[in-house]
Design a protein around this ligand. Structure first.
Ligand SMILES: Cc1cc2nc3c(=O)[nH]c(=O)nc-3n(C[C@H](O)[C@H](O)[C@H](O)COP(=O)(O)OP(=O)(O)OC[C@H]3O[C@@H](n4cnc5c(N)ncnc54)[C@H](O)[C@@H]3O)c2cc1C
Length: 413
């Protein structure tokens, strides 16, 4: 049977933060857009629930902020950690030159559902869930569409532009043969949840000392916990008794000792392999990659979602007009990479530096960790906490929705 064929102006592979934000922006501007998401819903393994001040600013520019902040969330005004024996506030968001001077912690599925609902108000938006892109359609050296597996069978989508927003394991970038530079990561993260009790500390916290890195994020009723391990160590851990892992967590979070029994087996612990890489070129004729598909981000600093959203806003600003006029050129795509490459490059450099100078050293040495000068300065001079706050909260080149684009959507829903 011939596959169902669909024609749109823009087809986005992947309904993560990058894909859903770009889908929303294009639909709002009246561009016919189809987002293909391989999962049946937006529930996913924990990969950060952080909505940054810059994303909240974008929501404000789009007139969505008030409604968005009605969804349940927690506000984080500062990031704290114990590095070696030193308690340190790493970032203080209260001084940012922006409307919301906090990170909103919200389950990623709530954020993505919100974007999907808002986008669905525009007739030019379509989202197909359970539809996995499997390959690219190419003609005369240009990408002209994708193949995808949908519940109804194979479909073929033809579009003026294909956007790969399908994350770190992007099939789009692989099929396009785009070259990737890998920057390596010395660690992986084990994620799991522990119940929270009203007597527990309130602050989200991280502990970096004596061979161990442990993060606890306050999610109201539960703690989202991240236990960082040396890359590849999980297999060896799985061969040991699970009780040894539980004992370790009890030692690291004594106040939650009565709840570690909630962890029954390795099945309750999810391994997330960390990767840092970047495409040399984010585009080809007819194709653009954004978000993790263009540059996989380390969890260091929790900035990946932020960068993905910033890419989407920059792409929307450049692409709305040429997509409406059916005149997308390679120069438009190059312009997007030029705009986003430098902030991405610098952010990844900072992440790799922290991975090498702090994470690898803490994990590799069971002796007490002596914090480097930068951490000691953050602990003693509060003013310096504004720098990481800016990098994490706003990013190195915050993007704003162009007023004429934001204005377009006001009357088109
Ligand atoms: C352990 C860990 C913790 C992290 N913590 C944080 C944090 O606290 N804060 C933060 O900001 N960032 C964090 N990050 C980084 C962050 O998760 C990513 O940078 C961010 O999600 C990138 O968004 P994206 O939309 O580009 O890709 P993704 O979020 O990966 O979304 C891609 C989407 O594409 C879909 N997809 C994939 N393949 C296909 C296909 N073939 N067809 C159709 N759909 C497809 C996927 O199902 C997914 O929905 C963390 C990363 C890791 C590894």
């Amino acid at each position: 049977m011939a596959p169902e064929t669909i024609s749109v102006r823009c087809c986005i592979a992947g309904g993560g933060p990058a894909g859903m934000m770009l889908g929303y922006l294009l639909a709002r501007a009246g561009v016919q857009v189809l987002v293909l998401e391989k999962h049946a819903d937006f529930l996913r393994d924990f990969r950060g629930d952080t909505i940054h001040p810059s994303t909240l600013e974008v929501m404000y520019e789009l007139g969505l902020l008030e409604e968005f902040l009605r969804l349940p969330h927690q506000k984080v005004y500062e990031l704290n950690a114990q590095v070696g024996q030193m308690e340190v506030t790493i970032a203080d968001f209260r001084h940012l030159p922006t409307r919301c001077r906090f990170i909103a912690l919200m389950p990623q599925w709530d954020f993505l559902n919100f974007l999907a609902e808002q986008a669905a108000r525009f007739p030019s938006f379509a989202l197909r869930m359970e539809t996995e892109v499997t390959g690219l359609l190419q003609e005369s050296g240009r990408v002209i569409g994708v193949h995808a597996n949908a519940p109804s069978g194979m479909i073929e989508v033809r579009a003026d532009l294909i956007v790969g927003a399908d994350g770190r394991n992007s099939i789009v970038r692989e099929k396009a043969g785009l070259k990737v530079k890998d920057y390596g990561a010395p660690m992986d993260v084990l994620w799991f949840r522990l119940g929270r009790s009203p007597d527990d500390p309130i602050a989200t916290m991280g502990r970096f000392d004596a061979g161990r890195i442990f993060i606890m994020i306050n999610r109201g009723e539960y703690w989202q916990c991240g236990y960082v391990i040396a890359k590849g160590r999980f297999e060896e851990m799985r061969r040991q008794e699970f009780t040894a892992f539980r004992d370790e967590i009890s030692r690291l979070a004594p106040f939650a000792r009565d709840r570690v029994g909630e962890l029954r087996a390795w099945d309750n612990v999810k391994l997330l392999t960390v990767r840092v890489d970047r495409l040399l070129e984010w585009f080809q004729p007819g194709l653009l990659c954004i978000g993790d598909a263009a540059h996989a981000m380390s969890p260091v600093g929790g900035v990946g979602i932020n960068l993905a959203i910033q890419d989407a806003v920059a792409a929307g600003n450049v692409l709305v007009k040429p997509l409406r006029q059916r005149q997308v050129t390679i120069d438009h795509l190059r312009q997007i990479q030029r705009r986003r490459e430098l902030p991405t490059r610098v952010t990844q450099w900072l992440q790799v530096t922290v991975q090498r100078r702090i994470i690898a050293r803490v994990l590799g040495d069971r002796r007490p960790f002596s914090p480097p000068l930068a951490i000691r300065l953050l602990a003693t001079v509060p003013f310096f906490r504004r720098v990481p706050a800016r990098i994490v909260g706003l990013g190195l080149r915050p993007e704003h929705v162009r007023p004429e684009i934001a204005h377009l959507g006001e009357n088109s829903s």
